[in-house]
Design a protein around this ligand. Structure first.
Ligand SMILES: NC(=O)c1ccc[n+]([C@@H]2O[C@H](COP(=O)([O-])OP(=O)(O)OC[C@H]3O[C@@H](n4cnc5c(N)ncnc54)[C@H](O)[C@@H]3O)[C@@H](O)[C@H]2O)c1
Length: 254
């Protein structure tokens, strides 16, 4: 019987796999045959992710990584390439959110957003590409609906995720001659604790849920699993004629 799993034999390095979108994606990629190396600052969160991966018959390992450190990212990618014998996919999903009005927004928060969100995508690509060159491959970034549709209190977050979308376009053009594809997933409102700063800015959970009912045509928040299936599509050869694109998974907002 043929193997219908979309990532059989593929070697994946990823960031931000300790919970929620990253965890659901890691488990789904593993279910589809990928071997993974996961970089994160949250060791116990990734340990739980690895347990779930092993429960579905997959394999994964953890490399402690603060994505704001170039040394850590170089080490993550190098360790993954050595341990898996090369790399086929990079999934850069780690992210940070801060909310606040522009007039009072702290420059330290702005810098923190940029040091995690777009800067780590750049560093990831910089150190991953030499390992992908020979094999071809796929790079996937996690941006956000906020990159293409703004909202009050989200100037810093939107700007940092918008930078990923611009980086995605240029990198895709640069790497296409090498047969490497680059795409970005833009989740809308996904129900995870990540949104707490935005929820507080909006006046609490009830106000946020009301806003979601008003703004999201499907009338609800998404789940991490609903983003993971988009990540699987972009990482795998199912999207082999797609590069430089954003995949917006947002219940119909954009
Ligand atoms: N939840 C949403 O509504 C939503 C919407 C759009 C985009 N996103 C994006 O999806 C991604 C995952 O979000 P989530 O909702 O699963 O939240 P999450 O908080 O569970 O995921 C963030 C991950 O990044 C890791 N991380 C943060 N800073 C790090 C650092 N310095 N070094 C290493 N790892 C670090 C965290 O440990 C965690 O594993 C993020 O990039 C986020 O911006 C989320």
């Amino acid at each position: 019987m043929s193997d219908l799993r979309q990532l059989t034999g593929k070697r994946v390095v990823m960031t931000g796999g300790a919970a929620n979108i990253g965890r659901s994606s890691a488990v789904l990629l593993a279910q589809h045959g990928a071997s993974l190396v996961i970089g994160d600052i949250d060791e116990s969160g990734v340990a739980e992710t690895i347990e779930q991966i092993e429960a579905v018959g997959g394999t994964a390992q953890f490399v402690r990584t603060d994505v704001t450190s170039e040394d850590d990212i170089r080490n993550l990618v190098g360790t993954a390439a050595e341990s898996l014998g090369g790399l086929d996919v990079g999934f850069f999903n780690a992210g940070l959110q801060r909310s606040g009005q522009v007039t009072t927004f702290d420059v330290a928060d702005w810098d923190a957003l940029f040091s995690v969100n777009p800067r780590h995508c750049f560093l990831g690509a910089k150190h991953l590409v030499p390992h992908l060159e020979a094999a071809g491959g796929s790079i996937v970034f996690t941006a956000s609906l906020a990159a293409i549709k703004g909202g009050p209190g989200l100037t810093g977050y939107s700007a940092s995720k918008g930078a990923i979308v611009g980086f995605n376009k240029a990198l895709a053009a640069e790497l296409a001659p090498n047969g490497i594809r680059v795409n970005t997933i833009c989740p809308g409102w996904i129900d995870t604790p990540f949104n707490q700063p935005a929820i507080e800015f909006m006046g609490g959970r009830e106000s946020q849920e009301e806003a979601v009912r008003q703004v999201v045509p499907l009338g609800r928040q998404g789940s991490p699993d609903e983003i993971a299936s988009g990540v699987l599509y972009l990482a795998s050869d199912a999207s082999s004629y797609m590069t430089g694109q954003i995949l917006v998974v947002d219940g119909g907002v954009a």
